[in-house]
Design a protein around this ligand. Structure first.
Ligand code: SAM
Length: 273
């Protein structure tokens, strides 16, 4: 079978862009290169795997889990069903935090912890861009941590790992605490593809979605240095509640909220210079 025929087959089952992505991945080329080789033969074994993957996609499995990786902040990261698929909005959290670190600690070595690291997307992307940061990745899931470790290794990054329930019984102090914790309300309607495939441990944050912000902020004074930055990704309706939580557990701080490209409140910085 030729590449062209394989694409026609895929297009009859799933969206043509996705069919091309699946085939390109199996043939180790990008989607553009694939279109230059329409007359090339597709090996039988490759075609069988392709057929299987097209079927998986049709059944509602996310393409990122099928292919096994995503591009996040310019890096290729392994993902599987044990980790959240890193989102575009989270790239904004990474970029804004890098700018803030440069502003608050120009050229100084600092310690950062990524709480609920999942694939390691946030902490590893920051480490890759800013060598002045000692990064620790923390998650409660050892399966997620295994993915994060493989990602650190494939990116050649030296970071520390802690398997723990957020900051419970941790005495280390950090300059930067960053987190994209689970923040979906337990009764919130979410897309079927997310609900059926991504780990619920990475999604749900209790009755009001705020359990993890409460848990993190309640003891955070024991884990921050005098000068600190706390950076959170938040759900778009959670800004006011998190401002209240910050005032309950911290004093003498500055707080800022940033919107995403769809004009929704999605990032909060709490800091003390
Ligand atoms: C929304 S995901 C974020 C993953 C990754 N940081 C990202 O942005 O793509 C939340 C992560 O928190 C982890 N998690 C859930 N409960 C936790 C807990 N009690 N302590 C530490 N991590 C937890 C989950 O395993 C998951 O990896």
């Amino acid at each position: 079978m030729k590449v062209d025929d394989a694409i026609v087959y895929g297009k009859s089952k799933v969206h043509s862009d996705l069919a091309k992505m699946l085939l390109a991945d199996l043939m180790n080329v990008n989607s553009l290169e694939l279109l230059m080789m329409l007359d090339d033969e597709v090996d039988e074994e490759v075609f069988n795997t392709y057929k299987y993957r097209v079927d998986e996609l049709r059944k509602g499995r996310p393409i990122q889990y099928i292919i096994g990786n995503v591009n996040f902040c310019g890096n290729t990261l392994e993902v599987n069903e044990n980790v959240l698929i890193p989102r575009f909005e989270t790239e904004q959290l990474v970029e804004k935090t890098i700018d803030k670190i440069k502003e608050l600690w120009p050229d100084q070595m600092i310690d950062l912890i990524d709480l609920g690291c999942g694939s390691g997307a946030i902490g590893l992307s920051i480490k890759k861009k800013l060598n002045q940061v000692n990064v620790t990745l923390l998650d409660i899931s050892d399966q997620a941590m295994d993915v994060a470790k493989r990602n650190a290794s494939s990116l050649g990054l030296d970071v520390k790992y802690i398997l723990n329930d957020m900051l419970e019984n941790l005495s280390n102090r950090y300059d930067v605490i960053i987190s994209n914790p689970p923040y979906i309300r337990d009764d919130e309607e979410i897309e079927e593809i997310v609900k059926n495939n991504e780990p619920h441990l990475a999604l749900y944050g209790g009755r009001d979605g705020l359990d993890y912000y409460r848990k993190i902020l309640a003891h955070i004074r024991e884990n921050i240095k005098n000068k600190y930055l706390i950076a959170f990704e938040i759900g778009d309706m959670q800004k006011d509640a998190i401002y209240d939580l910050a005032s309950k557990y911290l004093s003498n701080y500055q707080i800022e909220c940033f919107k995403d490209y769809s004009n929704r409140d999605r990032i909060i910085f709490i800091y003390n210079e």
